[in-house]
Write a protein that binds this ligand. Structure first.
Ligand SMILES: *Cc1c(COP(=O)(O)O)cnc(C)c1O
Length: 345
């Protein structure tokens, strides 16, 4: 079989949820963000495992994503939609029993007209200028909204990956100004905010990336392991080239393995000549360009030809790959390809 295997350690995922839950006091609920297909790992499997670990509330980005989560966790646990209530969403929101986080007066009007007795929450903009009602808009709508009994009021931090950033305190202040004294549960923190301490926790935290083993939750257990099968191994003589564009010329005689994954699987072509795979504890550098379906790897250091090589595993996590590419672990996770066999344990 030439299909690479993406192993997803659901017990590590559950341990990460418990560890984040332990950051806050018992009265604070720890929810789970499972948008983007559970950060690329399979929303149904991830949500099911987290519900077993104790998560009692889930968040997705768009209504359609709620369907797989609803099917995985049964009819009762609440699922919220960050994107709110868009035109055409009413049927999914009702059928899958999803709670839209309404972001504007337009969404509020749509919701009250199309699903008058259906639960909803409110998203406020505390300074990020991405989603949510602005302070002035909220001031004029709060009375009407509160009379309808919103389920949750939330906002989102722009700089929570940097605990020392002054923006965190500014947003905390703005969120409190808009919500102090209201008799509605509140949420401000994702992973970064959950790690910043109790002032940021309010009634509910909604971590995503930390559950999946990514920064800023540096104490997280790794959740993903990517093992790629070797298709062919050859000797390459000093001075010969490897791969498209002859970007690698062998400085000495080498043993080179060709393995079955490439940029079509989310292994960015910008990693050409820049990343290392692993055979157990032995580092094996990528040689030359990343192809669509193949990588060529230096296995000269190994006593025997390997059957598989690891791109993600104990020696290298999503944030290590992200650092090479000047991006974040989130993008590596959500870019993991559809061609991998996803194996859950
Ligand atoms: C993605 C997202 C989260 C989860 O963020 P992490 O940094 O992955 O923990 C929480 N809230 C909102 C509004 C989001 O968009």
């Amino acid at each position: 079989m030439a299909q690479a295997v993406l192993r997803i350690d659901l017990s590590a995922l559950q341990a990460n949820w418990r560890a984040l839950d332990a950051q806050s006091e018992g009265s604070v609920q720890t929810a789970a963000t499972v948008k983007a297909n559970g950060y690329g790992l399979g929303a149904g499997h991830v949500a099911h495992a987290l519900a077993h670990a104790g998560a009692r509330r889930f968040f997705v980005a768009i209504a359609e994503e709620g369907l797989a989560v609803r099917a995985a966790i049964g009819p009762d646990l609440p699922i919220h939609v960050y994107g709110g209530h868009m035109e055409g969403d009413a049927r999914i929101l009702r059928d899958a029993n999803l709670i839209p986080m309404l972001n504007s007066v337009e969404q509020l009007t749509r919701h009250l007209e199309s699903l008058p007795d259906h639960p909803f929450g409110i998203q406020l903009d505390s300074g990020m200028n991405r989603l949510g009602m602005e302070p002035a808009e909220w001031a004029s709508l709060a009375e009407i909204v509160l009379a309808q009994g919103p389920d949750l009021i939330m906002s989102h931090l722009a700089c929570a990956d940097d605990p020392d950033h002054p923006m965190n305190a500014q947003q905390l202040h703005s969120f409190r100004q808009m919500t102090d004294g209201l008799d509605v549960p509140r949420s401000l923190a994702a992973t970064g905010g959950a790690l910043m301490g109790p002032e940021f926790h309010f009634d509910l935290t909604r971590p995503g990336i930390g559950l999946y083993g990514g920064a800023p939750f540096t104490a997280a257990q790794p959740v993903v392991h990517l093992q790629i099968p070797v298709i062919q191994v050859r000797d390459v003589a000093q001075g010969e080239s490897v791969g498209y564009g002859n970007t690698f010329i062998a400085p000495h005689d080498m043993r080179v393995a060709t393995i079955a994954a490439g940029y079509a699987d989310g292994i960015h072509r910008a990693l050409s000549n820049r990343v290392t795979l692993w055979a157990g504890d032995v580092p094996c550098p990528l040689l030359g360009r990343v192809s669509m379906d193949l990588l060529t790897i230096d296995v000269t250091a190994l006593p025997d030809d390997p059957e598989t090589l690891d791109l993600l595993g104990p020696h290298q996590g999503v944030d290590d790959i992200a650092d090479i590419l000047d991006t974040i672990g989130y993008e590596i996770l959500t870019g993991l390809g559809q061609r991998y066999a996803r194996v859950y344990s």
